[in-house]
Each structure stands twice: as structure tokens, then as C-alpha cells.
Design a protein around this ligand. Structure first.
Ligand SMILES: [Zn+2]
Length: 118
């Protein structure tokens, strides 16, 4: 896969996908953010699937991950840990594929995550 330079590295300040606050080094902040839930499976669940498509889609894996965790908690009243475990599983991988297909079809991230029809 050809790697395209990401404009994110040129951005001085980034919004944390967990708490929504802005940090000059959001990556470092994520390790201590009280709201952000880290995946435990970076390879084969939602995270790894998304990462492979990140540059094509233009939505960072961190942002998509956190939005997916929150969407999942919203439907199922799952705890953050349970939402993370499901997204880390094979189901999370299929879910990422589905959401990416919907984004490619022109849906917004929120609609794609919620499975809304256009
Ligand atoms: Zn944060």
C-alpha cells in the first residue's frame, strides 16, 4: 500500500477523541485521559481494520475508535470495558468493515456507526 503523508502531523493542536479537549500532544495525553478507552487488540479487531483504511477514508483510527465505543455504549448500555471487548473481537472487525463500506457510500461517520439508511 502506498503511504500518503498525513496532514495530521502538521497540525499543532489535536482534539482528544476521548474527552474532546485540545492538546498539543494528544497522543501522549491519551495515555492518561480519563475518558479514553484503549483497545487491547490493536491488530485484528476494529482498530486494526480501521487503521488499514485510515488514510483512504481520512478519519483517524483514534477518532473512529472512540466514536464506535460511544455508539456501542449508547445502544447497549454496555460499560466502556464491555464495548471495548466487543470492538476488539472478530465482531469489531466485521463492524469496522461495515462502517467503512457505508462511509465509502457517502454516509457520515455518525450515520455509518448507527447503521442508519440514507
Ligand atoms: Zn482526553
Amino acid at each position: 500500500m502506498t503511504s500518503i503523508p498525513t496532514p495530521r502531523s502538521q497540525v499543532a493542536e489535536q482534539e482528544c477523541p476521548g474527552c474532546g479537549e485540545t492538546f498539543s500532544d494528544a497522543g501522549l495525553h491519551l495515555t492518561t485521559c480519563p475518558t479514553y478507552i484503549e483497545p487491547q487488540n490493536y491488530d485484528f479487531g476494529f482498530w486494526g481494520t480501521w487503521q488499514a483504511w485510515e488514510q483512504t477514508i481520512g478519519i483517524s483510527t483514534e477518532e473512529a475508535w472512540m466514536a464506535a465505543v460511544q455508539a456501542h455504549m449508547g445502544w447497549s448500555n454496555a460499560s466502556p470495558e464491555r464495548a471495548r471487548d466487543q470492538l476488539d473481537s472478530k465482531l469489531g472487525r466485521h463492524y469496522a468493515d461495515l462502517v467503512i463500506d457505508r462511509l465509502m457510500a457517502g454516509q457520515s461517520l455518525a450515520d455509518a456507526l448507527a447503521g442508519r439508511r440514507q
